[in-house]
Write a protein that binds this ligand. Structure first.
Ligand SMILES: Nc1ncnc2c1ncn2[C@@H]1O[C@H](COP(=O)(O)OP(=O)(O)OP(=O)(O)O)[C@@H](O)[C@H]1O
Ligand SMILES: [Mg+2]
Length: 281
């Protein structure tokens, strides 16, 4: 990614520029076995602060399993996953999902996971409440601190819904949203946990070309607005090639290629892996 030279002087501006290239996530030779199957095998990848990186590969290649390893759904069988926040680097491999979320990794799911009977607003509020600044006592007795925090949570949730073009549907039941809107709500919920690294698992799945194009612009604007690093799994190659700065290609659990979209597109192993697939790399 081309980072602009710092314009303003002062500690905040120079600190931002200094941090831009640092490694945020480092996956080192990670393997995950399910019985006799290695879903992910000896995978290494890095994401630097502010990068938008794609993780692509044919069906069953191991992409979602990588996300499940990064978010604590499964511990790695072997290897290390290091994540840096506030100058602190920790091995998060095998850490509980809520701790990884609190450390700054947010995600969406390939199979949409919403509270379908709750309102759109409540879906975001619940995700945000993971980090509420009041205790059980305040919640039970509705203290002034509780009320203040509640007002802030509603305000911030509505702001996120506005950014995701869902503000006018805040009161609707999640199950009544269109498929595309449900995917937007998933992203709003992930943002509500205040991640520094956002993992998106096929955010354009089921969307028509117009919706996909709108989502593509939205993802790049979210990165700027929230100073995010993003790792994106996506089968829609027009989206991937348009916005990702770097790509990793998985096939049968192994990284077979990595580099810029142009390098990856021309890589013989990638062409071979996609032969017989519908995707036009
Ligand atoms: N919990 C599990 N138990 C057993 N096998 C699993 C489990 N999770 C994933 N797998 C297997 O691991 C392999 C990789 O699956 P994964 O879902 O990571 O692929 P993917 O690249 O995300 O595929 P898709 O593009 O279809 O979403 C598959 O063979 C899958 O069946
Ligand atoms: Mg998957």
């Amino acid at each position: 990614m081309a980072h602009p030279a710092p314009q303003a002087s002062g500690p905040a501006a120079s600190e931002q520029a200094d941090r831009a290239g640092e490694t945020l996530l480092s996956v080192d030779k990670v393997t995950r076995n399910f019985g006799g199957l290695s879903a992910v095998s000896n995978v290494s990848l890095q994401i630097r602060r502010g990068e938008l990186v794609g993780l692509i590969g044919p069906n069953g290649a191991g992409k979602t399993t990588v996300f499940n390893l990064l978010t604590g759904v499964y511990p790695p069988s072997h290897g290390a996953i290091e994540f840096t926040r506030d100058d602190r680097t920790r091995d998060i491999g095998g850490m509980a999902p809520h701790r990884i979320c609190a450390a700054g990794i947010g995600r969406t799911f390939q199979n949409i996971r919403l509270f379908k009977d709750l309102s759109v607003l409540d879906n975001v509020k619940i995700a945000m409440q993971a980090n509420v600044p009041y205790g059980l006592f305040a919640a039970m007795f509705h203290t002034p601190k509780f009320h203040k925090a509640e007002v802030e949570i509603v305000d911030r949730s509505m702001e996120l819904l506005g950014i995701m073009n869902l503000a006018d549907k805040a009161g609707a039941q999640a199950r009544n949203l269109s498929y595309g809107d449900q995917r937007h709500l998933e992203i709003a919920r992930a943002l509500a946990t205040e991640p520094t690294l956002l993992l998106l698992d096929e955010p354009a799945a089921g969307m028509n070309p117009a919706e996909t194009s709108q989502l593509t612009d939205l993802i790049t604007s979210l990165r700027e607005r929230f100073k995010l690093s993003i790792l994106l799994i996506e089968h829609d190659m027009s989206l991937v090639m348009r916005i990702c700065e770097r790509l990793y290609v998985l096939d049968h659990g192994v990284v077979i290629a990595s580099g810029s979209p142009d390098e990856v597109r021309r890589h013989p192993k990638v062409i071979e892996a996609y032969l017989g697939e519908e995707a036009d790399v």
